[in-house]
Design a protein around this ligand. Structure first.
Ligand SMILES: C[S@@+](CC[C@H](N)C(=O)[O-])C[C@H]1O[C@@H](n2cnc3c(N)ncnc32)[C@H](O)[C@@H]1O
Length: 245
């Protein structure tokens, strides 16, 4: 069931195309493929949180794994625009299925919003593309991991994303209560202390989303979105201890 926040995403008003997408939960692709329900669209909670992180940290270079209908891409691109940055493809979006499964819906949403110039789309699996980004010397201030939710894919995403994060940069994982994702997050918490530090996202959530229920969910690691800040070197010593997780 949709919450009041899901039905009334006033905090997404900064991008009318995004508001329409969230309210109608309908998209039509380039070849006419029609999607209803949009189960893969990020939640309003995640979208609002990403927006607030963007505006507070004024992230200059951003990356997302998983474009789908373009919910998070619209947030990143509109935020770069609202931060008065010239369009320079400073948001990189990875998705091997955008033009097939999703009939280019995400790319079309960006076009309708007039935000294409802020986005560099790479139609590739993250496991293949993230190392290429590292080789090219790229770095990012805010990364959203929302591609495949399989343990092995999220683990590989986390491995490479840590090496792409600028010092102090943030990475946010969607569906962090999902068992696959949660396992990766436990590895970060237990074995990468000193390299990453968990960020309390409470105050970045939508209005009214920061009560006791959220505090409890956070304690139990049952929240939807979990973020870490890079606080040390991306690499640890090759003979570092291994903690069970
Ligand atoms: C939950 S959806 C993304 C939702 C999007 N971030 C939003 O806010 O609307 C997950 C996306 O990840 C893509 N995906 C799946 N496996 C992937 C992989 N290995 N690398 C990159 N993207 C992947 C899917 O095609 C799908 O578009």
């Amino acid at each position: 069931m949709m919450t009041t926040i899901e039905m009334n995403p006033a905090e997404l008003n900064f991008c009318p195309v995004l508001t329409e997408l969230v309210q109608s939960r309908r998209a039509v692709g380039q070849q006419g493929k029609t999607f209803e329900g949009l189960g893969s669209l990020s939640s309003v909670n995640n979208l609002v949180t990403l927006r607030k992180l963007m505006m507070e940290f004024q992230s200059r270079r951003t990356l997302e794994i998983g474009l789908s209908f373009g919910g998070s891409a619209l947030v990143f691109a509109a935020s770069h625009h609202d931060l008065q940055r010239p369009a320079a493809r400073q948001h990189v979006a990875l998705d091997p299925f955008q033009k097939t499964v999703w009939d280019s819906c995400g790319l079309m949403a960006l076009e309708h919003a007039g935000l294409t110039g802020y986005v560099e789309f790479r139609p590739a699996y993250s496991a293949m593309e993230l190392p290429r980004l590292i080789e090219s010397g790229a770095s990012f201030d805010l990364v959203y991991v929302d591609g495949s939710h399989l343990f092995e894919d999220v683990f590989v995403d986390a491995y490479f994303v840590l090496r792409l994060l600028s010092p102090g940069g943030l990475v946010a994982f969607d569906d962090s209560a999902n068992r696959h994702v949660a396992k990766v997050l436990r590895f970060l918490r237990t074995n990468l202390r000193g390299l990453v530090e968990e960020v309390d996202l409470g105050r970045y959530r939508p209005v009214g989303g920061n009560g006791i229920a959220y505090a409890l969910a956070k304690r139990l690691h049952k929240v939807q979105l979990t973020a870490f800040r890079r606080v040390g070197p991306a690499e640890r010593k090759w003979d570092a201890d291994f903690t069970r997780f």
